[in-house]
Structures are given as C-alpha cells and as structure tokens.
Design a protein around this ligand. Structure first.
Ligand code: SF4
Length: 395
C-alpha cells in the first residue's frame, strides 16, 4: 500500500493557531511594527528591519508539525532533522515529544508504518524519501514551495542535458536535496560555495586543466563520476534559496562569461541557462536590512538566528562591512551590558566579546532576525537591550 502523505496540512490549522501564537507571537513586536518599526526607551532607540523573522515556508512547516502532533496524539512523530534552523523552535517541538532522526541512537532503519515522519521546509533527498516510503511511514511534507521551484529548475536542466551549477553549501540539507533532484535520471551537478570556487570552475571552462585535480577539489560537491571535460559543456545555474542574492547573481554572470569566452557568443544560448532561485522571503529580508543600513545611523547591529541558518548568516554578512555586527543565536547571547556571546561573521565558532555596548550617550541599534526566528525571541532581545542600555537610569 502506498504511504500516506500529507502535503497541504492536516485540516487542524484553527485548532493549533492559539498554541502557535502563545509560543511564538510577541505583543511588543506587533506594537513596534505599528510604531514605524522603532522602539524608544531612555537613551536607546532600536530600529527593526521592515522584513525579518519567520518566512512563509517556516510558518507553514511549524504549523504542520503542530497539526501533526494534534492529529496523531498517540503515534510516534519524528523529524528527519531540525525542522528549521532555530534551537528554540526545535526545543519546543522536542517538548511535545517529537523526536529527531538526527539525534544519537535514532535511525531511519527502525521506522515502522506506525511512525509519522515530518519532512522539513528545506526538503530531503530523493534517496531518503524513497527509504521512508519503503518503511511505510506516514509522511507530513512541509517542503517549501520556493524549494520545490528550485527542484523544478534543476530537473529541467537535467532533462535538457545541462549540468546544474548550484550556488550553495554542499553540506546543507536543502542543497543536498536539490543536488539529488539534479542527479535524478543520470544528471550532473556541481555545487560552488562562493566566488573563489566559481572562479576555479570558470577557469577550467576557459582554459581546461587537470581533471583529476578538479574532481579532487569538488569531490564532495559534484555528482558521482563528474568529468569536467564532459560535464562543464552545458550549464544551468541555480542556487540554494537562502544565499546572498548579490553573490548568486555575480556567480551566474561569472559562468555566463566563462562559457561565452570558451565557446563564443553564438553558442551561448545553447550552452548556458540561469534561473535566480533565491526565495522572495530571503530577498526581502536582505533588501530590508540593506535599506535599514542606508537610512539609519546605527551604533551597532544585532542579527538573531541559528548559527547554522544560512539566511541569518547572510544577513550578518550584509551588515558587517558597514557597522559593528553581532550575530547571536538567541536572547541569552546578550549576557550582560559588557559581555555578548556571538558568532563573528565568517567565523566558525561562537565566542564571548566584551565591551560590545557603548556605556554612555544615545544609542541607536539595528535589529533583524533570520527566517527561522520567531517574534517572541526578537521581543526578548529588545527587552534585554532596554535593560542593559538603561541600567540604573529611569525613563
Ligand atoms: S527561507 Fe525561503 S525557501 Fe526557505 S523556507 Fe523560508 S520561504 Fe521557503
């Protein structure tokens, strides 16, 4: 019997709406939005970016997870991995007894038809989906429509004999899922992380090179059996939905130029395709933070979101060249008026820095959060900023 798959919710949206609002909504944030996205208290002014926090895909994924718990109160419910990259949201789900297959001791091999498996917003690989179907599990698919759009594009590239060049992180769940779609039916893909990796691949397109060295460089970021002499002939660009938009566009242009320089203008249409697959929520958040930096003189910027959240890291990357920027995972990162626990932009590890908050004079702080950060956490950060900035002062 084919497995049961829920793709459009479980008809319990209204029943879980109250719990979701209690868990993730913030009255303070709603009030700040009504006050031109500004919060004033004593010497502190906080400027919120006009787009921040939960995106439509995350909203839907969390909603479906709560609906699944309600619909199947007595059945085991498991997530393939973190539903989204936010420790607070994932902790809330664990508190409801939802298990994570990525935890030690868990395995997809022990799943049974009794298990209800929630597929995350960023999707899963074809191989994992087939495995879950073979186990007969009930599936609740929350894959975001914007991710499905990327899949549609790379599948079309494959069908037309193009290799998919994916600007993304080869280890990220979404990019792994997209790569599996590109590889379906014998297609090829190459994942490039940044301009440097793109430049390396473009250099090969222009001048050729040592195929073994190329394969070694992209060993974990290319389809099995990748042959650069064969598989860099016809290229279709796509990207992980949460990358830095300006970088994705620049990388697509680099590949276009390389193909043109190797094969000439006349061949370009037959050998190169590009489709910008940055999702609109990511784009809107990046545009909003850029606008905030343009419009307001800021003393510092706080970016809230999981350290493994690609879209959050990219928001911090936009801010960092222009203003002192602190990427914190959760409100507790604001430890005291003198200490902050954060991940430096481009760094790998969390660290504690001192002297992050100017101790006198007026303070203007910019604030944004990634697509997987709920409003209540942003509200808590603002309360802490207020308490720290105005410590010992009234009004
Ligand atoms: S960041 Fe974009 S692609 Fe990812 S879940 Fe949100 S809306 Fe969907």
């Amino acid at each position: 019997m084919p497995p049961l798959i829920f793709r459009k919710g479980l008809d319990l949206k209204h029943e879980v709406a109250g719990t979701l609002a209690e868990s993730y909504h913030s009255e303070l944030i709603a009030a700040i939005k009504d006050s031109d996205y500004q919060y004033h208290a004593g010497r502190l002014t906080v400027h919120l970016a006009r787009e921040f926090g939960f995106c439509y895909g995350v909203d839907r994924a969390v909603d479906y997870a709560y609906q699944a718990r309600k619909r199947f109160p007595d059945r085991p419910i498991v997530l393939t991995r973190e539903i989204i990259h936010n420790p607070h949201v994932n902790a809330q789900l664990r508190a409801q007894g939802i298990r994570f297959l990525s935890d030690p001791g868990e395995s997809t091999d022990t799943l049974t038809p009794e298990d209800v498996v929630i597929l995350p917003a960023f999707g899963i690989t074809i191989e994992l989906l087939e495995h879950l179907e073979r186990r007969g599990c009930t599936l609740v698919d929350t894959t975001c429509g914007s991710v499905l759009n990327v899949w549609k594009n790379v599948r079309r590239y494959t069908a037309e004999g193009f290799t998919s060049v994916i600007h993304g992180k080869f280890w990220h769940e979404e990019t792994r899922a997209t790569a599996s779609q590109a590889a379906c039916g014998g297609g090829h893909y190459l994942v490039v992380l940044d301009r440097d990796e793109a430049a390396s691949a473009c250099d090969y397109i222009r001048r050729g090179g040592d195929p073994r060295r190329f394969v070694a460089q992209f060993e974990r970021a290319s389809s099995p059996g990748f042959d650069p002499d064969r598989d860099l002939q016809r290229l279709g660009c796509a990207n992980q939905t949460t990358m830095l938009s300006s970088e994705s566009l620049a990388i697509a242009e680099m590949f276009r130029d390389a193909v043109r320089s190797r094969h000439g203008d006349a061949e370009l249409d037959a050998r190169f395709r590009s489709f910008d697959t940055i999702c609109s929520a990511t784009q809107d958040r990046q545009d909003a933070v850029a606008a905030l930096l343009d419009e307001r003189p800021l003393d510092l910027m706080i970016v809230i979101g999981g350290y493994n959240s690609s879209n959050t890291c990219n928001l911090a990357r936009i801010c960092e060249p222009r203003v002192p920027t602190f990427h914190i995972a959760e409100p507790g990162g604001l430890m005291s008026p003198s200490e902050i626990r954060h991940k430096p932009v481009g760094g790998k590890d969390e660290r504690v820095s001192v002297g992050w908050l100017p101790t006198s004079g007026r303070l203007s702080i910019g604030l944004t959060s990634g697509a997987s950060t709920p409003d209540n956490l942003v509200g808590t950060v603002i309360r802490r900023l207020d308490a720290f900035a105005n410590l010992g002062k009234s009004g």
